[in-house]
Design a protein around this ligand. Structure first.
Ligand code: HSE
Length: 303
């Protein structure tokens, strides 16, 4: 079985651990093959380095968990083309975890529902982030835009983003450290005023997705809680400058997941100019960067 596993962007500003969106590019390729013996094997064919011990790899861990829970006699081999940079804020670990859950379900005919697949894939996030947050894996499985309205029990709403929604992702060449650390710097309580700000922003963003209104989506991409905390901890380089650039272009700007990647939402036909401006901006501040001119995309799929 050959799978495409998409990059995903969590939070989109105010929706910490609640909002996520699958991107058309970049994506990983994963080949999954049944093995007769009860073992999980991982091979990196190409791309960024990843852990290859099954219990340390998000996909390997998910496969082991599913093999145990369903008393599966056989095993699985994954061959991975890792195009999504780990630790970038683009759901690299989630892509592998989602592909593994999808593949095990199909290869061993487990008949799991979409939300059960998300639960399994989320166990992979425990390996990388130390918390089973589901925004990236849910986006990677459902595709499009998702809202996690409740974690326990898991409740996910999926909305197709408007067709004119264009995305530019910039990934500056800096190490942010682990997602675990990016979560440790967050406040444990927040002032009511910031709650009001974020509820307003999240509401207009979600309504914009549902109504197909790009301006509402852009307006909603502002966060008074998580992004400032991460920026203050030095995890998001040039945060204020990049937001200012977004304002000038009339684009929505947010930190993608725990960063350091930044996601910009803009009309599809204006993506090219924004991409150039973002790249120039980071380079002028001394950062090399990767830029993806992309759009919302489907979840894990066979090809
Ligand atoms: N919602 C998570 C966070 C996503 O911001 O920590 C991590 O990719």
């Amino acid at each position: 079985m050959r799978l495409r596993a998409p990059a995903t962007s969590a939070n989109l500003g105010p929706g910490f651990d609640v909002f996520g969106m699958a991107l058309k590019e970049p994506y990983d390729l994963v080949e999954a093959e049944k093995l007769p013996e009860k073992v999980v094997q991982l091979e990196l064919v190409e791309g960024y380095p990843i852990p290859l011990k099954p219990e340390e790899n998000t996909g390997g861990y998910v496969a082991l968990e599913m093999m145990n829970d369903f008393d599966i006699r056989g095993g699985v081999k994954f061959r991975i083309w890792k195009n999504i940079k780990p630790g970038s804020g683009l759901g690299s670990s989630a892509a592998t975890a989602a592909a593994a859950a999808y593949a095990m379900n199909k290869l061993y005919d487990l008949g799991l529902s979409t939300s059960e697949l998300v639960e399994y894939a989320a166990r992979g996030e425990l390996v990388s982030a130390g918390a089973a947050h589901v925004d990236n894996v849910a986006s990677a499985i459902y595709g499009g835009f998702i809202i996690i309205s409740s974690r326990n029990p898991l409740r996910i709403y999926s909305v197709t983003p408007p067709s004119d929604l264009g995305v530019v992702v910039v990934l500056p060449d800096v190490e942010k450290g682990s997602t675990r650390r990016a979560r440790e710097v967050l406040p444990s309580s927040i002032p009511l005023q910031k709650l009001v700000h974020n509820v307003g922003a999240a509401s207009v963003l979600a309504a914009g997705m549902a109504l197909g209104d790009l301006e509402m989506i852009k307006e909603g991409m502002r966060d008074a809680v998580v992004e400032p905390a991460r920026s203050g901890a030095g995890i998001i380089p040039e945060y204020e400058g990049v937001r200012e650039l977004g304002r000038r272009f009339g684009a929505g700007i947010a930190v993608s997941g725990a960063g350091p990647a930044v996601i910009a939402v803009i009309e599809r036909e204006r993506r090219g100019k924004l991409a150039t401006a973002l790249k120039d901006f980071y380079q002028s501040r001394g950062y090399e960067c990767l830029v993806y001119v992309t759009e919302p995309g489907p979840g894990v799929s066979e090809f």
